[in-house]
Write a protein that binds this ligand. Structure first.
Ligand code: XMP
Length: 508
C-alpha cells in the first residue's frame, strides 16, 4: 500500500514544524519543504497540502508563492495565515494590509457549517499573528469564520476542498486547533496508519542507503537525543558506527555504567573513556563558574581529539540535534548552538565529510517515542535534560571528588523519592546541587559543621523561563531526612523557590 503523505509547503513562518507535528499526531506521515516545483510536488504525490504562514506579503512582487498548478491536483489544500492569503491571491481574491493587525489570542466565531470545523465550538479562542488580511474571497468561496477585526478569518471552497484560515491552528493557544487538523486529515481521506515505528523504519532504510559502507562517528553524552541518534545509526550501519562516550566523572550516580550497559546490547563499536581523574586535575582550585565550564568543554574536546586520532578519518559525524535546537539557533545553523551549549558539541578537528542529524525534525517527546521503538530502556528514554558540564555546574566553588560523591548521592535520593511519589512526569527538571555553604547542625549529641544541599525542581516548556515547582511537602520532608541521614558531609537541605529569571535553572 502506498504511503500517504501530507505535504507542508513552508513559507518561513515560526510554527511550521509544529504544523508537521500536528499532522504526525494524527498518524499521517508529513514532510515540510520549501519552494518546490510542481513536478517535484507531483512526484511526492501528497494526499493533501498545507500552505504555512510566513513573514512576507503576497502582494509584493518578490514574495514566494506556491505553484499555481497545485490547485489543479485534485487534493485538499489548507492555507494557514500567509498560506491562506496566498490561496486567496492565486485564486482571484484580494489581500491587503490590515488596518488593524491582530496579535495574540482572539475570539473567533464559526459562521457556517464546514467539514474543517466539524465538532468545533461556535465561538473559541484562536491565535492570531498577521498584518495583512484577505479583503475579498475568491469566486465560489464562502466565508466560514470571522473575528472582530478580521471578517474573513476562514474561507473555503468545499467542492474543491480548498480551506483557508487566518489564525494559527497549530499553536496550543488555539483552543480548537487539534480538531481542525484532525478534520483536515479526514478531508484528505487519510487512513491514519503512520506511527513512530514507521519513522524509525524509514529513517534506518534511508540512512542505510545514504551511508552504504561508510564509517560513522558519534559522540555519546548519555542523554536521550544522542542515544536515540546512535541507535538509529547502529540499526543502519552496525559496526561501521563507533560511539565514543567520555565519562568526565561529573555524571549522575551510576549513569556511566547505565549507558555502557544499554549500549552493550546494540551492534556498534562502543568506546568508553574514563577521564574523571583528568578532569578533576584540570579543575583543581577553580571556583569561577565560567572558567569551570570552559575547562570542562575544552578538556572534553581534547579527549575526543585523542580518541578520534586513533579512529582515523570517518565519513560521517552524527549529531543528536532535535528541532528545538534548530529553532534556538536559527534555521540551518544548529551546529552553532550545539557546540556552544553541549559539551562535546561539534569537534571541528575531526576529519569527516558530512554531519548526519537524523532527529532534526522531531520534538523531544517524539524523540522519546522513537527511542522506545528502538528498544531503549524507559530510564534512558525518560531521562531529564542534563547539562554538558554535568555536576560541575551543580557544585558551587571548587570541585573535589568528595563533593562529587555528595551531590551524586543526594541527587540519587531526590530522584528516587520523586519517582516513588509518582510526580516525575509533572516536573520538567529536578536535581540536587551542592551549595558552598557550611553551617552548624546537631547529630546525635554532637555538633556538626557540614554542607547544605539545595534541591531544585522546575516547570518549564522552553527552559528559557521557568518556575519553581511546588513539590509536595511530604516528599521534600522524606528527601531532606534521607539526605542528612544517608549522605556524609551534609547536615542541611534547602529548597530553591526562585523562578528563572531572575535565577537560572542550573546554579552556575
Ligand atoms: P540555565 O541554567 O541556563 O539552564 O537556566 C537552562 C537549561 O539548559 C541546560 N544547560 C545546559 N545544557 N550544556 C547543556 O547541554 C550546558 O552547558 C548547559 N547549561 C545549562 C540546563 O540543564 C537547563 O535544562
Amino acid at each position: 500500500m502506498a504511503r500517504e503523505m501530507i505535504l507542508v509547503l513552508d513559507f518561513g513562518g515560526q510554527y511550521n514544524q509544529l504544523i508537521a507535528r500536528r499532522v504526525r499526531e494524527n498518524n499521517v506521515y508529513c514532510e515540510v519543504h520549501t519552494a518546490l516545483s510542481i513536478e517535484k510536488i507531483r512526484e511526492l504525490n501528497p494526499v493533501g497540502i498545507i500552505l504555512t504562514g510566513g513573514p512576507q506579503s503576497v502582494y509584493k512582487t518578490d514574495s514566494l508563492l506556491p505553484p499555481v498548478e497545485i490547485f489543479n491536483l485534485g487534493v485538499p489544500i489548507l492555507g494557514i495565515c500567509y498560506g491562506a492569503q496566498a490561496m486567496a491571491k492565486i485564486l482571484g481574491g484580494e489581500v491587503k494590509s490590515a488596518q488593524i493587525s491582530e496579535y495574540g489570542k482572539t475570539e473567533v466565531e464559526i459562521l457556517s457549517e464546514s467539514k474543517l470545523f466539524a465538532d468545533v465550538e461556535k465561538k473559541s479562542v484562536a491565535w492570531m499573528s498577521h498584518t495583512d488580511r484577505i479583503f475579498s474571497a475568491p469566486e465560489n468561496f464562502i466565508v466560514t469564520a470571522s473575528t472582530k477585526d478580521c471578517p474573513i478569518a476562514a474561507m473555503e471552497d468545499a467542492t474543491k476542498n480548498f480551506y483557508a484560515v487566518q489564525f494559527h491552528p497549530e499553536v496550543v493557544h488555539t483552543a480548537e486547533g487539534m480538531k481542525i487538523f484532525s478534520n483536515f486529515v479526514n478531508i484528505c481521506g487519510c487512513r491514519r496508519d503512520w506511527k513512530m515505528s514507521s519513522f524509525v523504519k524509514d529513517t534506518v532504510a534511508g540512512l542505510k542507503n545514504k551511508i552504504g559502507g561508510g564509517k560513522v562517528l558519534c559522540a555519546l553524552s548519555g542523554g536521550v537525543d544522542s542515544s536515540v541518534a546512535a541507535v538509529l545509526l547502529s540499526k543502519a550501519v552496525g559496526k561501521n558506527l563507533t560511539c565514543v562516550f567520555v565519562d568526565h566523572g561529573l555524571l549522575r550516580k551510576n549513569e556511566a555504567a547505565e549507558v555502557e550497559q544499554v549500549f552493550s546490547h546494540f551492534d556498534l563499536n562502543f568506546i568508553k573513556i574514563d577521564a574523571g581523574e583528568r578532569f578533576l586535575n584540570k579543575l583543581r582550585g577553580v571556583i569561577e563558574p565560567e572558567r569551570k565550564r570552559k575547562i570542562i568543554g575544552e578538556e572534553f574536546i581534547r579527549v575526543f581529539e585523542e580518541i578520534s586520532k586513533e579512529i582515523g578519518a570517518v565519513d560521517y559525524l552524527v549529531q543528536g540535534t532535535i528541532y528545538p535546537d534548530v529553532i534556538e539557533s536559527g534555521l540551518g545553523k544548529s551546529a552553532v548552538i550545539k557546540s556552544h551549549h553541549n559539551v562535546g558539541g561539534l569537534p571541528d578537528f575531526v576529519d569527516f565529510k558530512e554531519i548526519i542529524e537524523p532527529l532534526r525534525l522531531l520534538f523531544k517527546d517524539e524523540v522519546r517515542q522513537a527511542g522506545r521503538e528502538l528498544g531503549l530502556p524507559e530510564n534512558l528514554v525518560n531521562r531529564q535534560p542534563f547539562p554538558g558540564p554535568g555536576l560541575g555546574i551543580r557544585i558551587i566553588g571548587e570541585i573535589t571528588a568528595k563533593k562529587i560523591k555528595i551531590v551524586q548521592e543526594s541527587d540519587a535520593i531526590f530522584r528516587e523519592e520523586v519517582a516513588k511519589g509518582g510526580i516525575q512526569n509533572d516536573l520538567s527538571q529536578y536535581f540536587a546541587a551542592l551549595t558552598n555553604m557550611r553551617s552548624v547542625g546537631v547529630m546525635g549529641d554532637g555538633r556538626t559543621y557540614d554542607f547544605a544541599i539545595a534541591l531544585r525542581a522546575v516547570l518549564t516548556s522552553d527552559f528559557m523561563t521557568a518556575e519553581s515547582a511546588q513539590i509536595p511537602w511530604e516528599i521534600l520532608n522524606i528527601v531532606a531526612n534521607r539526605i542528612v541521614n544517608e549522605v556524609k558531609g551534609v547536615n542541611r537541605v534547602l529548597y530553591d523557590c526562585t523562578s528563572k529569571p531572575p535565577a537560572t535553572i542550573e546554579f552556575e
